[in-house]
Design a protein around this ligand. Structure first.
Ligand code: FEO
Length: 392
């Protein structure tokens, strides 16, 4: 449904509350939304991003409901198809429109959408485009989360259109949702899953927009931010180098040995004042693990031995940990085997991207016994010492 946000700026995007996976990878417990915005200037009309092709008819219906018979510009902030995939349908309905984007995004769109060169108007970082009484100012924000990503600021309305930047996957609530806690959790999960590998670049982009007098942030997924400092401050925290007095323990257990070790670790770490977030990988949504990785100082992966290597779920979580590149400072591995094994060496060899100090692993034969619990005590003590001075 098309809704006016302010002064001839309309939401014309679509909720997709039933979608359960993004990129055939990321769980979407709340679905998602493809936010698209229409800006009516006194002389020109611009559409800010489109929607995923599965919802393009709903976008066109929203435009028709506003009586839109002309679009001059389609602003393409990002080449990924959940925002750009509706461009061919929009151009078919509004053939005079030009796609306004940067050179990198143009090249991506030509490859992904098989569109021709002559539909594009290319802009540079800092360029402006007048709609008459409103101005579109383009700011390049690379790597949130592809190399071509950019945002648009409309100074007359103090509104920032940020595409994936500051977004969240929420398709079961309106984009006008005002529940701060809901928005915070969804945005943190989105940051963890999508943005965390680009933490350093995101810091640079936060600097780039910090002097804009922003009153509203309109992302291309999830609720609009009518309190921009709320989400900008959260991003500053998540992208900072400071870690919390927290241990994340993603683990899998086949016959109870790892569960016993994990329960022992949880009890003893908590007794020393360390916050523990443990996840049984056989049951967990990996988005929850990713979200816990945003703040934690330490990660301990627990694995049994399968065919002399780590359990495949432990391999999966080690791969994600390495790919998401959280700011974690310390890591360890706990495990159990029946006979000889290379599980610890194989998991260690996967952690090439994360800059962690590897704490002494605890790798035991069978069910944990007295000496094994002593080894876990040493790991607890080391974590306690490393976490000295950290806030929970
Ligand atoms: Fe929402 Fe990177 O696409």
């Amino acid at each position: 449904m098309a809704t006016e946000i302010k002064n001839n700026i309309y939401s014309v995007g679509v909720l997709d509350g039933d979608r359960r996976l993004f990129d055939a990878l990321i769980p979407l417990p709340e679905g998602t939304s493809y936010n698209s915005y229409l800006i009516k200037g006194s002389e020109k009309i611009a559409l800010i991003d489109t929607v995923d092709p599965v919802k393009e008819n709903e976008l066109l219906e929203n435009l028709r409901s506003l009586g839109i018979d002309r679009i001059d510009y389609v602003i393409a902030h990002h080449g990924e198809q959940d925002h750009s995939g509706g461009i061919p349908a929009v151009l078919k309905a509004y053939p005079m429109a030009k796609v306004v984007t940067n050179t990198k995004c143009k090249d991506e769109l030509k490859e992904h959408l098989l569109v021709s060169e002559d539909i594009f108007m290319v802009v540079n970082d800092g360029d402006s485009l007048s709609l008459g009484n409103k101005t579109l100012k383009f700011i390049f924000t690379p790597w949130v989360h592809w190399p071509e990503t950019m945002v648009t600021f409309v100074p007359e309305d103090k509104t920032l259109f940020s595409c994936d930047f500051f977004g969240s996957h929420v398709g079961t609530a309106s984009i006008f949702e005002h529940d701060d806690q809901l928005v915070y959790i969804a945005a943190k999960r989105y940051f963890a899953e999508i943005m965390m590998p680009f933490r350093v670049m995101i810091k640079n982009n936060l600097e780039k927009i910090k002097d804009l007098p922003i009153e509203i942030i309109c992302p291309s997924h999830g609720p609009i931010h009518f309190k921009p400092n709320f989400i900008v401050d959260a991003y500053k925290d998540w992208t900072s180098d400071s870690v919390k007095n927290e241990v994340v323990i993603p683990y899998v257990s086949m016959h109870g040995s790892i569960t016993e070790m994990v329960n022992y670790l949880i009890k003893n770490l908590q007794e020393k004042g360390v916050v523990v977030k443990a996840f049984d990988l056989a049951k967990m949504d990996l988005g929850e693990v990713a979200m816990a990785l945003v703040d934690a100082a330490t990660v301990v992966i627990g694995t049994p031995t399968v065919l002399v290597g780590p359990h495949p779920l432990a391999v999966y979580v080690a791969y994600l940990f390495n790919a998401l590149r959280p700011k974690t400072k310390y890591a360890s591995i706990i495990g159990s085997y029946g006979w000889g094994s290379k599980a610890v060496d194989q998991l260690k060899s996967m952690l090439t991207n994360v800059k962690v100090e590897l704490l002494e692993p605890v790798y035991i034969k069978g069910f944990p016994k007295e000496n094994d619990f002593k080894a876990l005590d040493r790991l607890v003590q080391t974590i306690k010492e490393r976490h000295s001075g950290l806030e929970s």
